[in-house]
Ligand binder design. Structure first.
Ligand code: FDA
Length: 305
């Protein structure tokens, strides 16, 4: 109920204007987002690198309505990849890209070309791209784009969402040599016909998917903050004889930083998903939906202004 309320709010432009009119953005930016500019993204990437953490930079923008906006998103990624390389932050830093931000809903061919250009820039910078997963109506198109991109850029990463009933099958398809696969629970409001609804069913699906990825030949990227699932992933890595370079943990910037440090200190590769940019609203609503305590955090930020 709480979760669906915030996920519905993520799509409300009326509420977005309301939230934006409240001067909370600074506190919000500080907790979950690197900042509004590429300078902020580079500065925080450097700080995280100094703490032994890798990053996946996400330029916030899922509200692309024109192909001009889509081209601007492409240019932003190409530019930030060059800056990451020049700053010596690659290969540890990569980027995460939402195809919707590249215009997938408007012109999927052009969105593919933009994604291709970003992958080419990533290759030049010595790093890779991961294609974020969005709501289930886009899963087929995104995975088809992934297959096409991997022809030229085999290290392009996929994201699979354990809450979708189809995902075990997708894990089987993608657990192949060299295949980078980020497994997350899933952050969108999805109908029962396509997605498990209870937390327990989602967790069980996550473990089944983890078993497939860890026992397969690809490179699992375990994206969760859930202590039980992290412990199970550590166990499965031992069970399937994977060394620490043969999988990684991924966590969101601002979420469980003490766990990020603990995993890194234990010798694991830990990658922090680091968003930056002006369009923080949808991202923030999904983070609020994940944890009631975050609403108290937001409320404190508003009232302390
Ligand atoms: P769960 O939500 O059960 O949280 C477990 C515990 O972690 C909580 O009890 C709390 O302690 C802590 N926690 C979790 N979320 C928190 C928050 N927002 N604030 C504070 N504490 C929090 N989704 C998607 O649909 N497509 C995608 O491409 C991605 N990409 C992605 C990348 C990375 C690196 C991560 C970590 C996550 C994603 N996600 C995503 C989001 C993912 O689907 C999911 O919504 C969140 O990770 C929350 O789920 P957990 O697995 O953390 O478990």
């Amino acid at each position: 109920m709480f979760r669906s309320l915030f996920l519905a709010a993520a799509g409300s432009s009326h509420l977005e204007r309301l939230v934006e009119s409240v001067p909370v953005s600074k506190a919000v930016v500080r907790r979950f987002v690197a900042g509004r500019s590429a300078d902020d993204a580079l500065r925080v990437s450097r700080e995280l690198a100094d703490d032994g953490l890798a990053v996946s930079l996400d330029h916030l923008g899922e509200d692309t309505r024109t192909m001009e906006q889509a081209a601007a998103v492409r240019d932003e990624y190409v530019a930030v990849l060059r800056r990451l390389r020049d700053a010596g932050l690659t290969p540890a830093a990569e980027v995460s890209v939402k195809l919707s931000a590249l215009g997938q809903q408007i012109d999927d061919k052009a969105a593919y070309e933009h994604a291709h250009a970003i992958c080419a820039a990533a290759t030049e910078a010595g790093t890779s791209v991961t294609l974020d997963a969005e709501d289930h109506t886009t899963t087929d198109a995104t995975l088809e784009t992934l297959v096409e991109l991997r022809r030229d850029f085999p290290s392009t990463g996929a994201v699979l969402q354990a809450y979708l009933r189809r995902t075990e099958g997708d894990c089987r398809e993608l657990a192949t040599a060299g295949s980078r696969v980020r497994l997350c629970k899933g952050a969108y409001a999805e109908p029962e016909s396509v997605a498990f609804q209870s937390a327990l069913d989602v967790d069980k699906s996550y473990v089944r998917c983890l078993n497939i990825l860890m026992s397969g030949e690809g490179y699992p990227m375990v994206a969760t903050h859930d202590p039980r699932l992290i412990a199970i992933a550590e166990d499965r890595a031992r069970w399937f004889d994977r060394s620490t370079g043969e999988y990684e943990f991924q966590l969101l910037y601002g979420v469980r930083p003490e766990e990020q440090a603990r995993l890194a200190a234990g010798g694991h590769t830990v990658r922090i998903y680091l968003p930056y940019g002006e369009q923080w609203y949808g991202y923030l609503m999904r983070r609020l939906a994940e944890r009631p305590a975050n609403v108290a955090f937001l409320a404190r930020a508003v009232t302390s202004k």
